[in-house]
Design a protein around this ligand. Structure first.
Ligand SMILES: [Zn+2]
Length: 211
């Protein structure tokens, strides 16, 4: 794009203002918090705990699979050298969608309020989340982000983090005092390494749970 177009898009994004930042990535709703695991002072951190199967399996709906730019980045976020498998003890496995799939990637219309959203759609008998739906609003990302791919990668890292049980946090309140995790809740498309990594604090939670 030319310079003017780029500036216009940037202005448009900034025009979303503080509200857009706060709603960048929705946390799981709190209405079913009672389904969560045991409480603790530093609850690992989501109220919803993931189940612990052999694999953190994932699949793509037909609508999601139509967008190769999302599919490649979701695979990257899960099990390439830079994804969940590289960063944590969790093993991932791509499969066809079934009732047993842990993470179902879908295309969602989040009404301009977020790039992505994660919800638990099924519980197991222990009260842990057996299946998660991750909705990505690719239209909004393409409309608002300066770098669509970086924004998608950050959003996928963030939402997958929720499926691993990790809570997000607002800017300036990192659990270990650094802006170093994709669980930071904002809109970013810088492509910086931290935008696709979980940070030491979150990795520790994930590894302790899944180990
Ligand atoms: Zn979130």
């Amino acid at each position: 794009m030319d310079q003017k177009a780029g500036q216009a898009r940037r202005r448009g994004r900034r025009g979303r203002g503080a509200m857009g930042v706060g709603l960048a990535v929705l946390t799981v709703a709190v209405t079913t918090m009672t389904n969560g695991g045991p409480a603790s002072a530093d609850p690992y951190p989501n109220e919803w705990y993931p189940d612990k199967g052999t694999y953190h399996s994932f699949c793509f709906t037909l609508a999601f699979a139509q967008h190769s730019g999302l599919v490649s980045r979701a695979r990257y976020s899960m099990d390439n050298n830079d994804g969940v498998e590289a960063q944590t003890v969790v093993d991932t496995d791509e499969q066809s969608c079934s009732a047993a799939t842990d993470v179902v990637f879908r295309i969602g219309d989040l009404h301009g309020k977020a790039y992505g959203s994660t919800d638990c759609v099924r519980w197991n008998g222990n009260g842990y989340c057996d299946s998660w739906a991750v909705d990505i609003d690719w239209e909004v990302i393409k409309q608002d982000a300066v770098n669509d791919g970086y924004a998608a990668r950050f959003t996928l890292c963030h939402e997958i983090g929720h499926t691993l049980g990790v809570k997000h946090y607002p800017a300036g309140s990192s659990p270990d005092g650094a802006t170093n995790s994709c669980m930071l809740s904002l809109l970013t498309d810088t492509g910086a390494a931290w935008t696709r990594s979980y940070g030491a604090h979150h990795r520790s939670h994930i590894n302790n749970w899944f180990a």
